[in-house]
Design a protein around this ligand. Structure first.
Ligand code: 6PG
Length: 240
């Protein structure tokens, strides 16, 4: 078994990971005082089970949809109806979940890469109500993240400038480090760490190698995930 990150829960399989994440999400919503609840969604395939689960009555009936605002930790710079779009993946998975108009905040992808990144930063700052992040007032109630086979998270790829960004909340990524090789837009580590809860969902044997590299102390982007983090891994990923 691969040594697990600090604060990790080992679950039987991908469905159990999705259910554990959904249960934690419902609990944090129930514990949240009044007002908006901001969620930062991750892309890729792993979280699709979670999103579909949240849309099912057993969870959908327990969620305060009128308070929830859904943001994206990154996206591919493609049209929102593109098969590679994280917005499309989330909308397909959420199905007819009762997300009120204006509560889904996709990353804009219709303009120039840098301009769309700047626009999303403005969207986040307008929602937050300030230009700088206050450590005592997180931007998000929940940030969901995944782990790429190269150790990336969001669209923060090894060796790319966005990994080192410490001022901007959102960064353009002209060259992705892993397929799909399309330009990306990503939140930066300061923005992703401004959270009450961070859940990293990792499933499948293909994630053993990045987990081993993290356990060996490699400075992969995923090693820089910060905030109140919990890793939810299945046995296939942990080789357990
Ligand atoms: C993306 C994701 C990315 C993802 C990892 C894991 O846009 O692709 O944000 O960071 O979380 O690449 O992807 P899988 O869940 O598909 O393995």
């Amino acid at each position: 078994m691969i040594p697990l990150p600090d604060d990790a829960d080992l679950l039987a399989d991908a469905d159990a990971v999705a259910r554990a994440a959904a249960d934690r999400f419902v609990a944090l919503c129930e514990a949240s005082p009044e007002g908006a609840i901001a969620v930062c969604l991750s892309g890729g395939s792993t979280p699709k089970r979670l999103y579909a689960l949240l849309a099912r009555p057993e969870y959908a009936d327990a969620l305060p949809w009128a308070r929830l605002h859904w943001f994206f930790g990154d996206d591919r710079h493609v049209p929102w109806d593109d098969p590679e779009s994280n917005v499309r993946a989330a909308q397909d998975a959420f199905g007819d979940a009762p997300i009120p108009p204006g509560h889904l905040h996709p990353i804009p992808t219709g303009g120039a890469l840098e301009a769309d990144a700047a626009t999303y930063e403005s969207v986040l700052k307008a929602f937050y109500g300030a230009e700088t992040l206050d450590p005592d007032r997180p931007l998000f109630d929940l940030v969901l993240l995944g782990l790429g086979e190269d150790g990336h998270t969001a669209s923060l790829f090894p060796g790319k400038p966005a990994v080192e960004e410490s001022g901007a909340w959102v960064a353009p990524v002209p060259e992705a480090g892993l397929a799909p090789f399309v330009p990306r837009i990503t939140l930066t580590f300061p923005a992703l760490a401004s959270a009450r809860h961070v859940l990293v969902l990792v499933t499948g044997a293909s994630k053993r190698r990045p987990l081993e590299r993290l356990a060996d102390g490699e400075d992969l982007p995923a090693a820089r995930i910060a905030g109140p983090v919990t890793w939810l891994l299945d046995r296939a990923a942990a080789d357990a």
